[in-house]
Design a binder for this molecule. Structure first.
Ligand code: AMP
Length: 439
C-alpha cells in the first residue's frame, strides 16, 4: 500500500508515518495534555504511573507509543507483544476500536478478550494471530486454564482504569495475570486517581521506578484519613514532638517516615531510648531482618515502625492508624504513598506532618498538589515559636523567601526549558493545556 506523507503535530513525537496517517484520518490535530506528557515517557521505555480520566485522551496516550514500539522492533514479533487490561467489556471494546483505527495502515493485529463473546475465536487471537490483546481480567483468566504461556514475550503491559478495576474486585485477578507476564516488560498504569489505596499497592508491585504523570485532574481526598500539620522550631523540637505523640496519642500501629536511612537510625535510637516499642525498616537491611521486623510489627510485639520510603513500598499491614512524617517527603506522590499506608478500606487513620521553616514550601507544594489544606494543630506543652511565614504568596509558599542563588537557578531552568521546547517542537495546541501539578 502507498503510504502518503502525513503532517500533524503528533509528528513531533517521531511516530511512524503509518500512525500519523491514521491520526490525521481521525482528525486529531493536537496532542492533549496527557498525551503530551505520557507519550515521550512511554517512548523512552519508562514505566509510567498516570492520572488521567476518561475523556482526557488517555487511550491514545498509551496506544500510540505502544504501537510505535511494536512497529520499531526489528525482531520478528513472536507471540503477543502488548496486553491492555481494563475493567469492563464496553471499555475494552472502545480501546479495541481505537487500536484498530491507529493501526489501520500497519500489519499489527489486535485481539479482544471479554466475557460474552466467542471463546474459540479468542483462543485463536491468543495463540497465533494477535500482536496486541485488549482484555478484561475475568475472561482472560478463563483462558489461563488452557495455558498460561501467552505473555512470556510481552513488551508492554497496560493497566487502564486501574482504580475501577480494583473497585470492581479484580485486584487478585490482575495480579495473577501480571505474574504470568514477561518480567522484562515495560508497565503503564493509568488511573483516574493516584490516591487510591489499592492503586498505590498495585503500583508498588508492578511498576519499576515509574515516571509519574500527575495532571491537575483528580487527587481525591482520602476521606478516612485526617491530615494534620504541626509546626516545629528545629530538629530537637521535632524529636520532642515525636516522643510526645507516640506516648500520648492512642493508636494501634504507628508508622514514622524519614527521608534518609541515617535519620531513621537516629529516630529509632531516640524512640527506643524513650522506652517505646519500635522497630526500624530501611533499604540497607537484609531481607531476613526486614521479615523479622515486619512479623513483630504485624503481630503487635512492636507498635511503631520507623521507615524510609523505599522500605515502606508495598507495606500492607492492617491496623496502621497513625502515620507521622518526621521529614516532609520530597513530592506529592511520595506523600500520597506514605499516608496511604493508613486509612485502608474501612479503617480510619490520622497523618501528622512535622514541619520546620525550611520545609514550609515543600509542604505548601504538597497541599497545592492535593488541593487540600492540612489541619494546623499544636501540642500545648510543646508549643514552639515558629508560626509559619509572615507573608504568603497565593501559592501558599513563603513570600520573599528566595535564596541568593535564585536568579542563577532560574536562568539555568529557563535554558533547559528552551532546549526541551526546541527539541520537542510538538506544534500548535488545539486542546487547552492543563498545567502539570506541582510536585
Ligand atoms: P479517551 O480519554 O481516551 O477515552 O478519549 C476521549 C475521546 O477523545 C476519544 O473519542 C478520542 O478519540 C478523542 N481524542 C483522543 N485524543 C485526541 C486528540 N489529540 N484530539 C482530538 N480528539 C482526541
Amino acid at each position: 500500500m502507498q503510504i502518503p506523507n502525513a503532517t500533524s503535530s503528533f509528528s513531533g513525537f517521531g511516530l511512524d508515518n503509518r500512525m500519523l496517517l491514521a491520526i490525521d484520518k481521525l482528525g486529531f490535530e493536537t496532542p492533549t495534555p496527557v498525551q503530551q506528557q505520557a507519550i515521550p515517557a512511554v517512548l523512552d521505555r519508562k514505566d509510567c504511573l498516570v492520572s488521567a480520566e476518561t475523556g482526557s485522551g488517555k487511550t491514545a496516550a498509551y496506544l500510540l507509543p505502544t504501537l510505535q514500539h511494536l512497529l520499531a522492533s526489528t525482531a520478528k514479533p513472536l507471540g503477543i507483544q502488548a496486553l491492555i487490561l481494563c475493567p469492563t467489556r464496553e471499555l475494552a471494546q472502545q480501546i479495541f476500536g481505537q487500536c484498530q483505527q491507529f493501526s489501520e495502515f500497519t500489519p499489527l493485529k489486535t485481539g479482544l478478550i471479554t466475557g460474552g463473546s466467542d471463546f474459540k475465536k479468542q483462543q485463536a487471537a491468543l495463540t497465533h494471530n494477535a500482536n496486541i490483546i485488549v482484555a478484561t481480567p475475568g475472561r482472560l483468566l478463563e483462558h489461563f486454564q488452557l495455558s498460561t504461556a501467552y505473555f512470556q514475550q510481552l513488551s508492554l503491559l497496560i493497566l487502564d482504569e486501574a482504580d475501577r478495576m480494583l473497585d470492581m474486585g479484580f485486584s487478585d485477578d490482575v495480579l495473577k495475570i501480571v505474574e504470568q507476564c514477561n518480567k522484562q516488560r515495560q508497565t503503564l498504569l493509568f488511573s483516574a486517581t493516584l490516591t487510591h489505596f489499592g492503586v498505590i499497592k498495585i503500583a508498588d508491585k508492578v511498576l519499576k521506578n515509574p515516571k509519574v504523570v500527575a495532571l491537575n485532574t483528580l487527587h481525591d481526598v482520602h476521606s478516612n484519613i485526617t491530615q494534620h500539620l504541626i509546626l516545629a522550631d528545629d530538629h530537637d523540637h521535632k524529636l520532642k514532638l515525636l516522643a510526645n505523640l507516640l506516648t500520648h496519642k492512642s493508636f494501634d500501629k504507628a508508622l514514622v517516615f524519614t527521608n534518609t536511612r541515617l535519620r531513621a537510625d537516629e529516630l529509632h535510637n531516640s524512640v527506643r531510648g524513650a522506652g517505646l516499642r519500635s522497630g526500624l525498616l530501611h533499604g540497607d537491611m537484609d531481607q531476613k531482618d526486614r521479615n523479622r521486623i515486619m512479623a513483630l510489627y504485624r503481630d503487635g510485639t512492636i507498635n511503631t515502625l520507623i521507615a524510609t520510603d523505599l522500605a515502606a513500598r508495598g507495606l500492607d499491614i492492617k491496623g496502621i492508624n497513625l502515620v507521622i512524617n518526621f521529614d516532609i517527603p520530597r513530592n506529592g506522590i511520595d506523600y500520597i504513598h506514605r499516608i496511604g499506608r493508613t486509612g485502608r478500606a474501612d479503617e480510619l487513620g490520622v497523618s501528622i506532618a512535622l514541619v520546620k521553616s525550611t520545609e514550609w514550601n515543600l509542604m505548601a507544594g504538597i497541599e497545592r498538589f492535593l488541593k487540600q489544606k492540612f489541619i494546623r494543630r499544636t501540642i500545648k506543652e510543646l508549643e514552639g515559636s515558629y508560626k509559619g511565614p509572615k507573608k504568603l504568596k497565593t501559592s501558599g509558599k513563603a513570600a520573599g523567601s528566595k535564596d541568593k542563588n535564585e536568579p542563577a537557578k532560574k536562568a539555568v531552568v529557563k535554558k533547559i526549558k528552551v532546549r526541551e521546547r526546541d527539541k520537542k517542537n510538538v506544534g500548535k495546541r488545539r486542546v487547552p493545556s492543563e498545567k502539570p501539578a506541582t510536585e
